[in-house]
Design a protein around this ligand. Structure first.
Ligand SMILES: C[S@@+](CC[C@H](N)C(=O)[O-])C[C@H]1O[C@@H](n2cnc3c(N)ncnc32)[C@H](O)[C@@H]1O
Length: 431
């Protein structure tokens, strides 16, 4: 496909996303199925246009003077395709399948700089109704944090130390520009693709098939490392989902002790079996999904209960930018209730002297520090542990500074730490 046709195709996909409220990945897959002639390069370029437009939706709409699918895609095109505004104007020649010529207004929008006095939610590309939460979370840094959440994310991998070393995986993925992560000692990063380039399909690599690594954001790796899953412990991964953390624990525990992987949803849990097999993880017991009675029978037993709580996902907007605009106050309220319910359940499972680790991939204080405060008020036997000391002990390096400014919980963000937005709080059970 010619570049002008790719822009037109992206407008069609974006129309589907906006008008029919469909997830971008579904709209893109549907478009691919009904346009079989399009190659993988075309699909990647169209995907970049759609995702970049969603990442920077507010600022692009302001520049272009419209929130229409066409305005958003045209506004995103220079950066998404790695070309100049003049190139985009020239590409829109109205030839068969291509985008029609740009109006004067559209042309002017491509060159319009953002003015300094714009509100934070426009400059930082986050939903206006979350302005208060962004302000509470980041104060004067709200725009910078929003901007970082609106950039493309790198591809992060966790080396499976049961089967490989970081050096070995770095060598296997050298061709993709793989480099060691700065914070996680078992992490590897492939930088985000620029312009029209696409991210490599690392899961098609032999090294992945052999179980040498898993795709996992560095923030997620750090949450698992900070939890302190040592050899021979009894660990409960309470919201195990596809098992990302259970796999990391199995590696930290050198396949000794026991990890119980539980989730209320069997469809979430389903991929864990294949992943465990590939990784050579032998100390993970997958519980029946939703088996509350089975879980109850294990009360007061665990050295470590890890709560990877259901949340708004606001920390992962770089990877799922459409979720940013679908999120509603009602969704957040529902997740807050879910979090309280899993925290209540988790409290019963920790043995005296054991610990609970509460994690979200969110940057909203409501879901993070405020839930921990609520939990501690309800459960007198639990006390938050200073994460700075814990980091030193578990990772043997100096802890990064949390964007919350305190040591109760570690809030990681793309702007400060280069990871997805993650919140990690460690609580010890004293009685
Ligand atoms: C953030 S995801 C977990 C991701 C997973 N730990 C990983 O690393 O791949 C949250 C999970 O919590 C599960 N969940 C929601 N409510 C739950 C509950 N009451 N008990 C157990 N799991 C629950 C969801 O099904 C979902 O899989």
């Amino acid at each position: 496909m010619r570049p002008g046709a790719r822009i037109q195709a992206a407008i069609e996909v974006m129309t589907d996303v906006i008008e029919r409220h469909r997830p971008a990945s579904v709209a893109l897959a549907d478009w691919g199925r009904s346009h079989r002639f399009a190659g993988s390069g075309d699909r990647a370029a169209i995907g970049n246009l759609v995702y970049d437009a969603l990442r920077r939706r507010n600022s692009i709409a302001w520049k272009m003077g419209s929130d229409s699918a066409r305005a958003l895609i045209v506004g995103a095109a220079p950066e998404a395709m790695g070309v100049t505004a003049a190139d985009v104007i020239a590409l829109a020649d109205g030839s068969t399948h291509s985008i029609s010529p740009l109006s004067e207004l559209e042309q002017a929008g491509l060159d319009r700089p953002l003015s300094d006095d714009l509100p934070a939610h426009i400059k930082g590309d986050f939903p206006e109704w979350l302005s208060g939460e962004f302000d509470r979370a980041f104060g004067a840094c709200a725009v910078a944090e929003g901007e970082a959440l609106a950039r493309r994310a790198p591809l992060d991998l966790r080396v499976n130390t049961l089967k490989a070393t970081r050096e070995k995986v770095l060598k296997a993925l050298e061709k993709y520009g793989a480099e060691a992560t700065l914070l996680s000692p078992v992490g590897i990063r492939i930088p985000a693709p620029q312009g029209g380039k696409r991210a490599p399909n690392v899961e098609a690599e032999t090294a992945h098939g052999k179980g040498w690594f898993e795709v996992q954001d560095e923030g997620s790796q750090l949450a698992a490392l900070l939890a302190g899953a040592r050899p021979r412990l009894q660990v409960l991964d309470l919201c195990a989902g596809a098992g990302g953390k259970s796999l990391a624990f199995a590696a930290s525990m050198q396949n000794t002790g026991q990890v119980y992987a539980y989730d209320s949803e069997k469809t979430q849990l389903r991929p864990i079996f294949e992943r465990l097999k590939r990784a050579g993880a032998r100390n993970v017991q997958v519980m029946d999904a939703g088996d509350a009675a089975g879980l109850d029978a294990l009360s007061d037993r665990f050295d470590l209960v890890f709560v990877d709580a259901p949340c708004s996902g606001s920390g992962t907007w770089r990877r799922r930018p459409d979720a940013k605009w679908r999120l509603s106050p009602e969704n957040v309220a529902a997740r807050l209730e879910d979090q309280k319910s899993v925290l209540q359940m988790a409290a019963k499972m920790v043995k005296p002297g054991g610990r609970m680790v509460y994690v979200t991939c969110s940057i909203l204080p409501q879901e993070n520090s405020e839930q921990v405060r609520w939990f501690c008020a309800e459960h007198e036997g639990f006390t938050p542990i200073n994460y700075v000391d814990e980091w030193q002990q578990q990772l043997g390096s100096d802890a990064p500074v949390s964007s919350t400014g305190d040591n109760v919980g570690l809030q990681l963000t793309p702007a400060r730490h280069g990871t997805d937005g993650f919140y990690i709080s460690i609580l010890s059970r004293n009685t």
